[in-house]
Design a protein around this ligand. Structure first.
Ligand code: GLV
Length: 343
């Protein structure tokens, strides 16, 4: 095996490149088994750095900010075995190209489900009750009337109708929270979730019915060609004028230009956005001028415990790949036909 300078590496340990520092525990686990190199900065490494690294290393641990497209994958050396993403979504990785080259791709499902659902529900509540706006109101000195009967009026949540687009793990976890709030639960997905129907009383409806009947619409689908701009002008027009839209999935699922019009012209009441078409979104994004937008920087899974679990899971996935086992969270199962696991 070659080391960083192209010399033969005598230890024979496999090499992993990590595109950002991981929590200590995960780093320790990784270093016990492998020779590890980490991109030292907070900003993502430029693509050309990743291209250079995959030529030499055996595995890559990356975040969703890294675009692992066909060009990167085709640059990988023949020793390169796998990409372990520290996230549940993997729309930044060209799965088809990886599969063709026999490269395993893994993600971190499950461990972030409840944390992400907590956040989606927190954002829903914040939007309904204008919490971020109220915070700005107090801090900016606009609070003059001691108690205003009509001050910062919001929407009730208890007993209202929630529409969940995507009833997978996270959607179901949001539904459990909604049940606790005595909400009617509608959902739309490409497949039915009978467990959610049975256990939570969720009603399977078509997307149009969901949009027309829900007081809160919350999105929990992956980004795919089919879900890009799923929420567009036509669909925003179907929603209630009092409805709130919550997005903690991927920004491009919502057409931001259409959403701006919807919020500005009052087709819908408010939105809570944790994800954006471009991340980081520009401070000049017109959506940020609107008081009825509650914004956050893609932090739905960001609890200390969960981010640590995600990193550990990514290390476990990488370890399995490089030890010649089938990794627990393999995304591209067809790769097993192209390259069966081997040491
Ligand atoms: C975060 O957005 C994730 O996909 O884990």
């Amino acid at each position: 095996m070659l080391d960083r300078k192209g010399c033969v590496e005598l230890s024979g340990r496999k090499r992993v490149y990590v595109t950002r520092r991981l929590p200590e525990e995960a780093m320790r686990m990784l270093k016990l088994k492998f020779e590890v190199e980490v991109w030292p900065e907070e900003m993502p490494p430029p693509k050309k750095v990743i291209i250079e690294k995959v030529k030499e290393v055996d595995g890559l641990i990356c975040l969703l900010t890294e675009k692992i497209d066909r060009e990167v994958i085709e640059a990988a050396g023949s020793q390169f075995r796998g990409i372990s993403q520290v996230a549940v979504g993997f729309d930044n990785i060209d799965i088809e190209a990886a599969t063709e080259r026999g490269i395993y791709v893994t993600n971190t499902p499950g461990v972030l489900t409840e944390t992400t659902a907590d956040y989606a529900f927190a954002l829903l509540m914040a939007v309904a009750r204008r919490i971020a706006e109220a915070d700005r109101y107090v801090r900016s000195g606009r609070w003059k009337v001691p108690w205003g009967l009509m001050m910062l009026l919001g929407q009730d949540v208890w007993g209202k109708t929630i529409g969940i687009i995507g009833m997978g793990r996270i959607g179901s976890a949001v539904a459990r929270r909604a049940k606790g709030m005595n909400m009617r639960i509608l959902y739309y997905d490409i497949r039915r979730n009978e467990k959610a129907e049975r256990e939570l009383g969720a009603e399977y409806v078509d997307l149009e019915t969901l949009l027309r009947e829900s007081d809160f619409v919350t999105i929990h689908v992956p980004l795919t060609p089919e879900t890009r701009h799923l929420i567009n002008e036509e669909r925003l027009k179907m929603m209630k004028r009092t409805a709130c839209l919550i997005n903690t999935s991927r920004g491009p699922v919502v057409d931001e230009k259409a959403l701006y019009k919807a919020l500005k012209e009052g087709w819908i009441w408010a939105a809570g956005l944790d994800v954006w078409e471009e991340e980081p979104t520009s401070v000049d994004n017109p959506l940020l001028e609107l008081e009825n937008v509650t914004a956050s920087p893609h932090i739905a899974s960001a609890s200390i415990a969960t981010r640590t679990k995600m990193a550990i899971m990514a290390v476990e996935n990488m370890t399995a790949i490089l030890e010649g086992r089938v990794p627990p969270n393999l995304v591209n199962k067809e790769v097993l036909k192209v390259r069966p696991p081997s040491r």
